[in-house]
Design a protein around this ligand. Structure first.
Ligand code: UD1
Ligand code: UDP
Length: 384
């Protein structure tokens, strides 16, 4: 991009996000962009698909969005949210005039932002590309969202070789795919280093002040749309049974703000002994809680990827997972959403230390902590 002066023009990047995990996973990219001002200029756009839960991330990583569409409304439908993103985000593109738009993952924000950039013929880079279950209803609607992003994006940043192979198998041009690792590993390594300096302060706040020092922590999160209704109730029944059967444990569960989750969870577990429900935690207390937990029960994508860094076994309460790399190395186990199976697997870890130790395997299949730099290197190579 040589200009009239012979000076290289900076690549203007618009980093777009809308939910908590997109914020966490794009924070390292924003940090890298700040450090590489000679080659890049950038702006940050939030759709505001999430509000409090994304604001917690912005606070921790010191991100101030240049544009905030502020689109969250309580319990809005996917169609309504989608229509608002489509209507509004093109105006941001006109104002920011980016050379490239970056989106992350498989949310409604990621898909509709990528589609809107395509309509305006703006280059798009997809961070965390190529994750697949090839089951359109699991996870819903994320499996279809990410497949659609792969159809419209120009550059694909695959976290693993398996994700690369998925994309290549769909005839995405191999020249436009880079295997970078997942930026969540960059985020967690940076954050843990920061948090260790003031962990004493963190431990004074909730939920740590509510914990019994002598009990092992089982950390729980759950929020997936395909689990609304019966599956959430099954998982709650399992948690009730586990907490009632073991006096030596305490279940700590920061509950997602989606009313379809919060309602049934508080109703079924609100007053159960050994179960502590909290509001969603900021990234720092959440990571600290992860690091102090014995094992984790979750349907979260990001938590499955973070657990290997902290060497914490994960029981994945989903029917399918696209994060099979951690299942393959043994640190995650896909246990479904049936009460009996969840209880059996949790008991297997609590009753048998050998069983537990087998899951605490070494290695991290999701990256080496340098994904953000690899993404920017690739953009530079392709767009200079
Ligand atoms: C979204 C993503 C999902 C991602 C998850 C991360 C889609 C379709 N889903 O699911 O892929 O794994 O975020 O958490 O994009 N709410 C609040 N405050 C908040 C956030 C949410 O009150 O800060 C409530 C609102 O009532 C909101 C509802 O939760 O309408 C659902 O939020 P939404 O972003 O539509 O879906 P999530 O279930 O959060
Ligand atoms: N997380 C958090 N506070 C919480 C629960 C989760 O900061 O109370 C972080 C977690 O460390 C991970 C991300 O949020 O990085 C995962 O978000 P979520 O499970 O909502 O979405 P998913 O990863 O499934 O898309």
């Amino acid at each position: 991009m040589a200009g009239n002066t012979g000076k290289k023009k900076k690549i203007n990047v618009l980093v777009c996000m809308g939910t908590r995990p997109e914020g966490i996973k794009l924070a390292p990219v924003i940090t890298a962009l700040k450090q590489r001002k000679n080659n890049f200029s950038f702006k940050v756009c939030s759709t505001g698909q999430h509000r409090e839960m994304l604001d917690q991330v912005f606070d921790f990583f010191d991100i101030v969005p240049d544009f905030d569409l502020d689109l969250m409304e309580k319990n809005q439908s996917l169609g309504y949210l989608s229509s608002k993103i489509l209507k509004e985000i093109g105006k941001i593109f006109d104002e920011a005039a980016p050379d490239i738009v970056l989106v992350q993952g498989d949310t409604t924000t990621a898909f509709l932002t990528a589609l809107s950039a395509f309509y305006k013929k703006i280059k798009t880079g997809h961070v965390e590309a190529g994750l697949r279950t090839y089951d359109r209803m699991n996870p819903f609607p994320e499996e279809i969202n990410r497949q659609l992003v792969s159809r419209v994006a120009d550059f694909h940043f695959a976290p693993t070789k398996k994700a690369f192979d998925n994309l290549a198998g769909e005839n995405v041009d191999r020249e436009n795919i880079a295997v970078t690792g997942n930026t969540v590993v960059d985020a967690i390594l940076w954050s843990i280093k920061k948090i260790e300096k003031y962990m004493v302060e963190i431990e004074k706040g909730e939920p740590f002040s509510l914990l019994d020092e002598n009990k092992k922590i089982i950390l729980v999160t759950m929020h997936r749309r395909e689990s609304f209704g019966k599956d959430i109730e099954n998982v709650c029944r399992a948690l009730k049974e586990i907490s009632g059967s073991y006096d030596k444990i305490q279940v700590v569960y920061p509950v997602h703000l989606n009313p379809n989750v919060r309602g049934p969870v508080y109703e079924m577990l609100g007053k159960v002994k050994n179960i502590i429900l909290t509001r969603p935690l900021g990234y720092e207390p959440f990571l600290w809680l992860m690091s102090r937990s014995y094992f984790i029960i979750t349907d979260s994508g990001g938590v499955q990827e973070e657990a290997p860094t902290l060497k914490k076994p994960v029981l994945v309460i989903r029917k399918k997972t696209e994060r099979t790399e951690s299942v393959d190395i043994g640190i995650s186990r896909l246990v479904g959403t049936e009460t009996k199976n969840i209880v059996a697997n949790a008991s297997g870890l609590l009753d048998n230390e050998e069983n537990y130790m087998k899951m605490v395997s070494a290695g991290n299949p999701y990256g080496d902590g340098h994904a953000a730099d690899k993404i920017l290197d690739f953009i530079l190579k392709k767009m200079s």
